[in-house]
Write a protein that binds this ligand. Structure first.
Ligand SMILES: Nc1ncnc2c1ncn2[C@@H]1O[C@H](COP(=O)(O)OP(=O)(O)O)[C@@H](O)[C@H]1O
Ligand SMILES: [Mg+2]
Length: 425
C-alpha cells in the first residue's frame, strides 16, 4: 500500500526540476523495493566499516566486493577502486552487457576513459576530494614499481585532503599491504597502514580483498571490523583467518567457521561483523554489472562488446586541467614531461541504437547514453528541453528517478522512441 501511495505521488512529477518532496518519495520507493525484494546478507550498517574479503582464487571475492560497491554507488557513496587485475571496469556495463552500468570514470587499463601513469596520484586524489566523484584505477597494464608510486602518492594526498566518507577498495590488498614489504612497497604499506589505523575519522573505509590472508599485513588485518571469509584451503591462510576470528569471537563460533572454510563452494562465505552481532554463513547474490572474471561455460555467449556507461569526460577533463595547473604552480620543480590525463575518446566509438535501463538506478546512465548517441552536449540537450544544464547533469546521475514524461521528452530530443517493458519475474 505504502509503495502504491508513493508511486502515485511520483506520478505527479511532470517537470524535469525535481522537487524535494518527490525526490524524498522516490528515494523511499527505491528503498522499499530494494529492501523488500532484494534483502542483502550484509546490512547497510555493516557496510559502513572496514571490510576484509578473504578467500582462494575463484571463490567469489571480487564478485562479492562488486555487489557491495554496486550498493554503495547506488546509495551515492564515493568509492575508489584500486584494481591491479583489470577486473573492475565491468561496473560500467550491466550484467548482460546490453545496457550501461555506472557512469564512473575508469583510469587506465583496457577500457580506460582516461589513461593512467605513475605520476598521476596527487591529481586523481585531488579530483576525488574536490569533485566527490567515484573512480576505478585500473593498474593492470602498469609495472609493479609504477603501481607502487601511483598508490603511495595517491593515498598520501588523500589522507591529507580527504574528510568525507570514501570507500577505498584494495583488490589484491596483500600486494599493497604485505606482511613483509620490500623496496617501493614499504611506502605503500605505510600509507595503507596509516589509513587503516587513523583514516576512519577522516572518512576512510577500507574494503580489502586478498587471496593470501597470510600475506596481508597483520597490522592492517587486525584493524578491520567486518570479515567476509570465503573458501580457503591452505593451512597458513586458514590460520590467518583464525587469528582474526579468535580475537573477535568465542571458541565455539571460531571453530564452526574454521572447520567449514576449506569446503565453502564458490559464492558462499561467512560474514562476521562483531560490532553488529552478525555471524552468518551466506550465499552472496548475483551482481548487476558485468562479470569480467566469469569463466565461460559451454553454451554461454561471450559478451564481446558490452555497452559501457561513460562519465562526463568533458567536465572531468576541465577539472583535471584546473587541478594540474594549481599543482604545477605549487611545485618547486617544473613538472616532469609526463603525458597529461586526457580522455581516450570524448564520445564512444560505437553509438548504441537501443539504450536500455533494466533497473531504476540505470535510468541516469541510460539518459546519458541516449544523449551521447545523439551527439549532444548537456547544454545542447538542456536547450532542447528548455531547462538548465545542471538539471541534465542531475538527471544523468546514478540514482536519479525521472518521471515518465521527462523520459519521453529526453527520448524525443535525442531521436529515440521510449519503450517501457514489463517482464514477468
Ligand atoms: N555469489 C556468486 N554467485 C554466482 N556466481 C559467482 C558468485 N561468486 C562468484 N561467482 C562466479 O565465480 C567467478 C569467480 O569469482 P571471482 O569473484 O572472480 O573470484 P575471486 O575474486 O575470489 O578470484 C565469477 O566470475 C562468477 O562467475
Ligand atoms: Mg578476484
Amino acid at each position: 500500500m505504502e509503495i502504491l501511495a508513493l508511486i502515485s505521488e511520483m506520478m505527479f512529477d511532470s517537470h524535469i526540476n525535481n522537487d524535494i518532496r518527490i525526490r524524498k518519495a522516490t528515494r523511499k520507493v527505491v528503498h522499499l523495493i530494494g529492501s523488500r525484494l532484494k534483502p542483502h546478507p550484509i546490512p547497510d550498517a555493516a557496510l559502513d566499516a572496514d571490510i576484509a574479503i578473504l578467500g582462494k582464487k575463484g571463490r567469489g571475492k571480487t564478485f562479492t566486493a562488486k555487489g557491495l560497491v554496486e550498493r554503495l554507488l547506488q546509495m551515492q557513496r564515493r568509492v575508489l577502486v584500486l584494481d591491479p587485475l583489470s577486473v573492475w571496469w565491468g561496473l560500467k556495463s550491466a550484467a548482460d552487457g546490453k545496457s550501461p552500468g555506472f557512469p564512473i570514470p575508469v583510469f587506465g587499463g583496457p577500457h580506460a576513459d582516461i589513461p593512467l601513469h605513475d605520476a598521476a596520484g596527487p591529481i586523481i586524489a585531488e579530483l576525488i576530494v574536490s569533485t566527490g566523484t567515484s573512480a576505478v584505477l585500473d593498474m593492470g597494464q602498469m609495472r609493479k614499481a609504477e603501481q607502487a608510486r601511483l598508490v603511495a602518492d595517491l593515498l598520501d594526498h588523500l589522507f591529507t585532503r580527504n574528510r568525507d566518507a570514501l570507500w577505498l577498495v584494495l583488490e589484491e590488498a596483500d600486494a599493497f599491504a604485505p606482511q613483509q614489504p620490500m623496496g617501493d612497497l614499504t611506502r605503500v604499506l605505510g600509507e595503507v597502514d596509516r589509513i587503516a589505523r587513523r583514516g576512519r575519522n577522516f572518512g576512510f573505509r577500507l574494503i580489502s580483498i586478498t587471496q593470501r590472508p597470510a600475506k596481508l599485513n597483520k597490522d592492517v588485518l587486525t584493524q578491520l571490523s567486518t570479515l567476509i571469509a570465503m573458501g580457503v584451503t591452505s593451512p597458513q591462510d586458514r590460520d590467518a583467518v583464525k587469528a582474526w576470528v579468535d580475537g573477535n569471537a568465542d571458541r565455539d563460533q571460531a571453530r564452526k567457521v574454521y572447520d567449514s572454510l576449506a569446503k565453502l563452494p564458490v559464492g558462499e562465505g561467512w560474514i562476521w561483523a562483531p560490532d553488529h552481532d552478525l555471524l552468518d554463513r551466506v550465499k552472496f547474490p548475483q551482481i548487476r554489472t558485468l562479470d569480467t572474471s566469469k569463466t565461460p561455460q559451454a553454451g554461454d555467449t561471450r559478451i564481446t562488446a558490452p555497452v559501457l556507461a561513460s562519465a562526463d569526460l568533458a567536465k572531468i577533463t576541465k577539472q583535471i586541467e584546473a587541478i594540474q595547473a594549481t599543482q604545477d604552480g605549487k611545485a618547486k620543480r617544473p613538472a616532469a614531461a609526463k603525458p597529461s590525463l586526457v580522455p581516450v575518446q570524448a564520445i564512444p566509438a560505437s553509438r548504441p541504437k537501443v539504450v536500455t535501463a533494466t533497473a531504476p538506478y540505470q535510468l541516469g546512465a541510460a539518459i546519458l547514453a541516449a544523449r551521447r548517441a545523439a551527439g549532444l552536449s548537456q547544454t545542447e540537450l538542456a536547450a532542447k528541453l528548455k531547462t538548465a544544464q545542471a538539471n541534465i547533469a542531475r538527471l544523468e546521475k546514478t540514482g536519479s528517478i525521472p518521471s515518465t514524461s521527462t523520459l519521453q521528452r529526453v527520448a524525443k530530443a535525442t531521436g529515440h522512441k521510449l519503450t517501457i517493458t514489463f517482464t514477468r519475474a
